[in-house]
Design a protein around this ligand. Structure first.
Ligand code: AVJ
Length: 311
């Protein structure tokens, strides 16, 4: 049965405007349709993709130190609730009284909230269906509780520093004075390891990147020949970030929602930035965003950092 996909008008605008721009680009948030979320999940289990495993190890090994620094019985507010494996880990560590997942997808929120409640009978779960990059209200149930923001996975790295700073300030406004923020940030490291993490030998990241074309074709009546684009991960030394691109391997023309586009061989669609922060840069970013770093936990190789900061 052919399904009539619901199309998010913001997706339509981002794709049509993004591909018509002088440097064609589509924001990384559009990777995460059902298939894209599954593929991302597969990425987190790849040997080449070190961040997920490393961050979880850091949180697991430092659970009691983290709890001592954050305090127990607080309200834990997760921006972009999603990490089905990281959330229980941090909840077991810091034993919050309330868990407030913020996510744009209500279905996803309800599923994960039900599962968490089943596993943590004493925990109050108060989900908020919202775009965490925009203004929203915290539930009144957490009035009077200490607030701890949680932003794991180095998701902050997907935002250019200017937007990352704005977002950190936005988190501060939402959580209020005296709040804490526990944030994961991926470190700068050898370029070969960085590139391998975003261009794994199994080709899962390539499939994740190319799934964007599949989504555009399906949801926006696109005629993009998917085999005309190849996955590429580049290190941008000046800006300290991995970039993912879809590179045209031949001259190609297609339509999206009736609008014509052409790409010459070698031209790219820029689909993601993943900024990496050294020790001082990570702290500077937090400070610029209105947060004072107070604690930092890393792995032995210093591949990844979990930082606690105070508003
Ligand atoms: C979930 C945004 C942190 O940038 O490393 C993984 C997404 N992209 N492989 C990242 C991603 C390609 C990931 N974040």
């Amino acid at each position: 049965m052919p399904e009539t996909p619901e199309v998010d008008p913001a997706f339509r605008d981002d794709v049509l405007n993004g591909l018509a721009a002088p440097i064609p680009a589509v924001p990384a948030r559009w990777f995460y349709d059902r298939r894209g979320s599954e593929l991302f999940d597969d990425i987190t289990r790849l040997d080449a993709y070190y961040p997920t495993e490393t961050e979880m190890r850091i949180m697991g090994e430092n659970a009691s130190a983290i709890a001592e620094a954050t305090g127990r019985g607080a309200a834990l507010v997760e921006f972009g609730a999603g990490s089905a494996t990281k959330t229980p880990l941090i909840i077991d560590a810091i034993e919050p009284a309330h868990y407030v997942p913020i996510d744009i997808s209500g279905d996803y929120l309800r599923d994960s909230a039900d599962k968490l409640k089943a596993d943590h009978p004493g925990l109050a779960v108060d989900p908020v269906e919202a775009d965490f990059t925009k203004p929203f209200d915290l539930p009144s149930e957490i009035d009077g509780f200490e607030r701890i923001g949680f932003f794991p996975g180095s998701t902050i790295g997907n935002f250019v520093p200017r937007s990352a700073t704005d977002m950190l300030r936005h988190f501060r406004d939402i959580l209020g004075d005296g709040a804490k923020l526990l944030i994961g940030m991926d470190r700068v490291k050898e370029i070969d390891r960085l590139k391998r993490a975003y261009d794994d030998p199994e080709g899962v990241t390539a499939a994740f990147n190319k799934n964007l074309l599949t989504r555009i074709n399906r949801e926006l009546n696109g005629t993009i020949p998917e085999d005309a684009f190849d996955h590429e991960a580049r290190w941008n030394e000046m800006l300290g970030r991995i970039e993912m691109h879809l590179v045209a391997n031949r001259d190609v023309s297609f339509e999206i929602e009736g609008q014509p586009f052409s790409f010459a061989k070698g031209e790219t669609i820029h689909t993601e930035n993943s900024h990496k922060y050294g020790k001082r840069a990570a702290r500077a970013l937090l400070l610029a965003g209105g947060w004072t770093p107070t604690h930092e936990w890393t792995d032995d190789a210093d591949d990844f950092a979990v930082i606690l900061a105070e508003a």
